[in-house]
Design a protein around this ligand. Structure first.
Ligand SMILES: NC(=O)C1=CN([C@@H]2O[C@H](COP(=O)(O)OP(=O)(O)OC[C@H]3O[C@@H](n4cnc5c(N)ncnc54)[C@H](OP(=O)(O)O)[C@@H]3O)[C@@H](O)[C@H]2O)C=CC1
Ligand SMILES: O=CCCC(=O)O
Length: 343
């Protein structure tokens, strides 16, 4: 089902009633109802959700459970991934498979993309056999990858040149929140697409923010991850310092968890960091990418970010030790190496 009926209305958008599902033309509320008034989930039944064909590009740590949750909710999902074998579990659960992003967007009403970085997000959207080649007016493209604003704006322009709508929607929350449908979406771009995508965002997440023009979602995500990357680097220093002065780092984690600086991340990652194991939820290479992009954002507005710059150096060191695919908490290894060199 295409959503032309909503994209080509006779009534101006601001006077149009909120439909029973954003993809259906049947109004549920009177004409005076403000289309964009609510962040509450839009009413939708399993049948209505299933009548919209959803594409999902990128079956990595995040994309795979997000697509699974859509499938479990009864959505009609078509998947694609550069490494085809990663689609197999999804196909086993009932997803369809297409062999290129172009084929996915050509056959689906609404396509999500969860790619590694700006380069892959641009290539999958705008490259050969990319999403832009298959998409057209009446369809939507929602990029949930973490990229910089410039990349997102570039993708947005190419998608919108086809007549389709674009939303950037990077997520806060990692592997477990993705599995549990508890992500936080930081969206910006076409408001109409935000409304249309809302029932699907609500399957994959616990909250969503609409932040205005394309680039604002990307910027918000980078600021959040810049803070997180610095917090993790500081936490790693604290663990090692506590050990060096003869304290039990497990007690440190407990003390931190009861005080004002408590963050779920510390209790979640601390015990395994103390054991020097780093089961990957958020790959270190992606955290370093986000620090790099956040520093670029800061540079663009001449904002001083010395803490983040120092933390970024640590992630770079950890990468040089071959820890790119470990969890980002492995940044502690960069400090251990520094410590052993000093002693
Ligand atoms: N993991 C996390 O906790 C979170 C991650 N993010 C962000 O989400 C995005 C995805 O993260 P995550 O799932 O962890 O990452 P993964 O490394 O697990 O997955 C990356 C995905 O991108 C694909 N990819 C990489 N390079 C290319 C390319 N050149 N062309 C086509 N596809 C490519 C991979 O395909 P292939 O399988 O073939 O390698 C894979 O599907 C990143 O932007 C990350 O920063 C956001 C919130 C949390
Ligand atoms: O981009 C990764 C974010 C991880 C998290 O929010 O826990």
């Amino acid at each position: 089902m295409a959503f032309c009926s909503i994209f080509c209305p006779r009534i101006p958008v601001r006077f149009r009633p909120k439909p029973i599902s954003p993809f259906l033309s049947k109004p549920l509320f009177p004409l005076s109802y403000r289309v964009y008034s609510s962040l509450q989930p839009t009413p939708s039944t399993k049948d209505e959700l299933g009548s919209v064909s959803i594409g999902f590009l990128g079956m990595g740590i995040m994309g795979s459970p997000m697509a699974q949750n859509l499938l479990k909710a009864g959505c009609d999902v078509t998947v694609w991934n550069r490494t085809k074998s990663k689609c197999d579990p999804l196909v086993g659960l009932g997803a369809k498979y297409k062999s290129s992003p172009e084929e996915v967007t050509a056959t689906c009403d609404l396509t999500f993309a969860m790619l590694a970085d700006p380069e892959s997000a641009i290539d999958v959207a705008c490259g050969k056999n990319g999403a832009v080649s298959g998409i057209s007016s009446g369809k939507g493209y929602v990029d949930v990858s973490t990229v910089d604003a410039a990349s997102s704006i570039l993708i947005s322009k190419q998608i919108k040149d086809t007549g389709a709508l674009f939303l950037e929607a990077p997520v806060s929350g990692s592997k477990k929140p993705a599995e549990d449908g508890q992500l936080i979406f930081l969206t910006a771009g076409d408001k109409l697409l935000y409304e249309k995508a809302a029932p699907f965002l609500d399957i994959m997440g616990k909250s969503r923010f609409y932040l205005g023009d394309v680039g604002n979602g990307a910027a918000m995500k980078l600021v959040v991850n810049m803070i997180m990357g610095s917090m993790m680097a500081s936490f790693a220093e604290g663990i090692l310092l506590s050990q060096k002065v003869g304290l039990d780092p497990n007690v440190l984690v407990e003390v931190v968890s009861q005080g004002a600086i408590n963050a779920p991340m510390y209790s979640l990652k601390g015990p395994s960091m103390i054991k020097s194991v780093y089961p990957t939820a958020f790959p270190l290479k992606h955290q370093q990418k986000d620090m790099r992009l956040a520093l670029g954002l800061a540079e663009s507005v001449s904002q001083s970010t010395p803490i983040a710059a120092a933390a970024n150096e640590l992630y770079k060191v950890a990468k040089s030790y071959g820890l790119s695919d470990e969890d980002f908490s492995a940044v502690i290894e960069a400090l251990k190496a520094a410590r052993s060199q000093q002693s």
